[in-house]
Design a protein around this ligand. Structure first.
Ligand code: DX5
Ligand code: ZN
Length: 221
């Protein structure tokens, strides 16, 4: 099964209600919400009130990707606002164990995001506590960047480790995924794909979601 999470950052930001409808009608599994703080990444996006409003507007679970340099101080507010799945970046999580525990205590699923240049080995100790690993296939900060092919090997390595240790951890990938490379992405063991421009950069986002799934068919059932 492939989980598809359109990144609303690439949607019409002046009409997020319609973006929610498009995701629901296109059969998305999640709404991927990119939270950027202007420090960890050079962009500023969705604050806590926006996440709260999205939660009221859509039935889809919210996959909140925290690209902030102080996840510890913002985490509880985003959980309270309705984040269902939350990923924090390894690069800024000094006490990762505590953050994961807080996410679980709130009843949410916990993930760790890795920048392209961060090796998968940094997660070897914490992996059994995680629900998912978000492998970035672009340097975070913006939608619409080109996919970094070297990240496929990281996905393969991560999937292998998860299988060898018999863990229940989903390998997710985020950045530059489109209908041309999604086959390779799922072949690398990724079962959760985030896609922004490949969905909302198309005239018909619903059709784009269906296309993405079609391209993955045969690789993943
Ligand atoms: C990048 C974000 C991604 C991005 C995805 O910093 O974390 O989620 O919005 O958009 P595309 O698919 O256009 O790279
Ligand atoms: Zn993201």
């Amino acid at each position: 099964m492939l989980l598809l999470a359109p990144s609303i950052l690439a949607g019409d930001l002046a009409d997020l209600g319609t973006v929610c409808d498009q995701c629901e009608q296109g059969g998305a599994d999640f709404l991927h919400v990119d939270v950027m703080d202007g420090h960890f990444v050079p962009n500023l996006t969705f604050g806590i009130p926006v996440v709260r409003a999205l939660k009221q507007r859509t039935k889809l679970p919210l996959d909140v990707h925290l690209m902030v340099s102080n996840p510890g101080s913002l985490l509880d507010d985003y959980l309270d606002a309705g984040a269902d799945w939350v990923s924090v970046h390894w690069e800024v999580a000094t006490h990762l164990d505590r953050l994961v525990e807080r996410i679980h205590r709130a009843g949410a699923k916990a993930g760790v995001a890795l920048n392209p240049a961060t090796g998968t080995e940094v997660l070897s100790e914490i992996l059994p506590s995680l629900d998912f690993v978000l492998i970035m296939s672009v340097n975070p900060g913006f939608a619409g960047q080109s996919f970094l092919p070297y990240c496929l090997e990281k996905a393969r390595r991560m999937s292998r480790e998860v299988a060898e240790k018999n863990l229940d951890v989903i390998v997710a990938m985020d950045g530059g995924i489109d209908e041309r490379n999604i086959g390779e992405v799922v072949s690398a063991g990724v079962r959760f794909c985030v896609a922004g421009s490949a969905v909302f950069g198309r005239p018909d986002p619903q059709a784009a979601m269906i296309d993405l799934r079609q391209q993955a068919i045969g690789v993943v059932s």
